[in-house]
Design a protein around this ligand. Structure first.
Ligand SMILES: Cc1cc2nc3c(=O)[nH]c(=O)nc-3n(C[C@H](O)[C@H](O)[C@H](O)COP(=O)(O)O)c2cc1C
Length: 228
């Protein structure tokens, strides 16, 4: 059964969030094609993942020092305190949920040139040492996973723009997906809605047409990607 894990991280509700409306569009089209049974939505802004604590770090270090990848079911045997077991109880279900998805859809507003803290908290938790390697084979568990990243930015960061070097979302998420999750670069798609504040920030008024084109292209691209 095809499975989609849809994560939103905008602090704004659906009616005021460009990234939420775009990911919702993808999710609707995906469910129209594949049905609702394999669909899972997690709202990282309204239902935040707790920041990793000291027990997460110490358990991770111990597992990493073991050398060989540890089966997820064996991780509790490496814990030396209730705090570490608690951290694992917060982490394991999120990793299992990620592994079950064959498409990961990320709604990512640009906050201070990068991803929202709500999304970063989830990233830190699911990136537990060795979690994405199959201990039996040593192969990555997410080599067939597709990741669709939908960004919304108040300004413009496209190729050739003065702010292009300040786009820390795309390189960061690309590095995380390929290096830490083991998702092949060819399975990553970035869809950007640029200049979302052109409608209300006076200095961005000249860019309203560009904003409209960016949004319309993002909508069309996402509908197409969802029906693959
Ligand atoms: C806390 C915060 C930080 C932001 N930082 C930036 C920024 O660094 N660059 C930018 O272009 N827009 C920035 N914005 C504007 C948002 O990227 C823009 O409003 C975007 O549409 C938000 O996504 P959403 O519509 O899905 O909520 C920021 C907005 C907030 C609330």
């Amino acid at each position: 059964m095809p499975t989609l894990l849809h994560l939103d991280s905008s602090a704004s509700p659906l009616d005021r969030s460009v990234s939420r409306r775009l990911t919702a569009r993808f999710a609707r089209a995906w469910q129209a094609r594949h049905g609702a049974a394999g669909y899972r939505h997690r709202d990282l802004a309204t239902d935040p993942v707790p920041l990793v604590g000291a027990g997460y770090a110490s358990l991770g270090v111990r597992v990493e020092r073991h050398g060989a990848p540890v089966p997820l079911g064996d991780v509790p045997s490496f814990a030396t305190s209730p705090a570490e077991l608690h951290e694992w109880s917060l982490t394991h279900p999120l990793i299992t949920e990620l592994h079950a998805a064959d498409t990961l859809l990320l709604g990512v507003p640009m906050y201070n040139f990068t991803v929202p803290a709500a999304l970063k908290a989830w990233i830190d938790r699911v990136t537990f040492p060795g979690a994405h390697v199959d201990p039996a084979t040593g192969d990555g568990r997410l080599t067939t996973t597709r990741v669709v990243v939908v960004t919304a930015r108040g300004g413009g960061y496209g190729p050739g723009t003065p702010r292009e070097p300040f786009d820390f979302q795309t390189p960061y998420l690309r590095a995380w997906c390929t290096e830490h999750l083991g998702v092949p670069d060819a399975h990553l798609r970035f869809v950007h809605a640029e200049l979302t504040r052109a409608a209300d920030v006076p200095a961005l008024t000249p860019y309203r047409d560009l904003a409209a084109t960016s949004l319309s292209t993002a909508r069309t691209t996402l509908t197409a990607l969802a029906t693959v």
